[in-house]
Design a protein around this ligand. Structure first.
Ligand SMILES: NC(=O)NCCC[C@H](N)C(=O)O
Length: 312
């Protein structure tokens, strides 16, 4: 008798931010490690909370992530979690890999976060080898900077010659140029983002910290996140001013642009985003509200903690 071992192949599919979600990786806060010293923080908001003595507690962040897991369960979304690495921050699954169409890119992430990529090997190893891609080492790129919008790929970057001085600059031109070669049929539009290592009110850590499309044709935008006014104007023009919800500095800091879409009519949002949630509900969206204010202290929110693998 012969036995055949069938290798299960995962067929990835992501073309935009809002088509019905079927499969996702959700970050994990268990064994997240001790409170870092300020110098070990790699974003200014975490640093601020360390300095103020308000750094989030592991148990609170676990509870918040479980609220999101429950929403996914309600919508029958398949959820993967990273394997736990002891004393390591694995909350922000978004940045460690990203999917474009049927390909998964293993991000060349900040060295402080490198081990996070191996912790989801059980996910990316299910993808056919030819669709698993690692760009050359000099191509810095993180998933929070990559946003798909049908024929467009929007990418956040920092173009300054002082790029190397910013631990908050995570995606460079080398990566953008490399991506172009994989997707010649797509229009790649990149945005020069404002960076600060020390002031979270003036830092767009990733593109999803100052912008995100929702629904079919709407978008959330924070003007000051863009270093070049032309980029902000381009987005206003692209979505149409009446379709754009503009957020102020405090709302950007609270991470209002970092909600997450389950489909074109349903989003997961933070319970305290009153103005945004009202706007969405008035437009007819279903808003699934969760507590995420503790996670937000590390300069990431719902989009940052999720890595979509399959949408319709
Ligand atoms: N897409 C995102 O904006 N991710 C948030 C990452 C936060 C984390 N503290 C970092 O600095 O990498």
């Amino acid at each position: 008798m012969k036995f055949f071992l069938y290798h299960v192949v995962m067929k990835l599919n992501i073309k935009n931010e809002t088509s019905r979600l079927r499969s996702v990786v959700l970050g994990i806060a268990n064994n997240n490690g001790p409170i870092p010293v300020p110098e070990a923080c790699y974003d200014p908001k975490s640093r601020l909370h360390v300095l103020n003595g308000t750094y989030p507690k592991e148990a609170d962040m676990i509870r918040e992530l479980e609220e999101v897991a429950k929403v996914f369960e309600k919508y029958n979304v398949e959820v993967y979690r990273p394997k736990i690495i002891e004393n390591y921050n694995q909350i922000f699954a978004r940045d460690i890999c990203f999917v474009i169409e049927d390909k998964i890119f293993l991000a060349n992430i900040l060295p402080d976060r490198e081990r996070e990529v191996d912790a989801i090997e059980h996910v990316w190893s299910q993808v056919e080898k030819s669709n698993r891609i690692r760009l050359p080492e000099d191509c810095h790129i993180e998933g929070g900077d990559v946003m798909l919008w049908n024929e467009y790929i929007f990418i956040g970057t920092y173009l300054g010659s002082d790029y190397a001085n910013f631990i908050t600059a995570r995606t460079n031109m080398a990566a953008i140029n490399a991506l172009k070669t994989y997707f010649p049929h797509k229009k790649i539009k990149y945005f020069n983002l404002r960076k600060s290592n020390t002031d979270p009110y003036n830092n767009a850590l990733h593109l999803d910290c100052c912008f995100q499309p929702v629904g079919k044709d709407k978008a959330i935008i924070h003007k000051n996140g863009f270093l070049d006014e032309e980029d902000y104007k381009w987005l206003l023009d692209f979505f149409g001013k009446k379709n754009v919800f503009e957020i102020d500095k405090q709302e950007m800091y609270d991470m209002n642009s970092n909600i997450f879409s389950i489909d074109e009519n349903t989003v997961i949002s933070e319970v305290n985003f009153i103005r945004l949630n009202n706007w969405l509900e008035e437009l007819g969206f279903t808003v699934e509200k969760v507590n995420y204010a503790e996670i937000a202290k590390q300069e990431g929110l719902l989009r940052c903690t999720t890595l979509p693998l399959i949408r319709d």
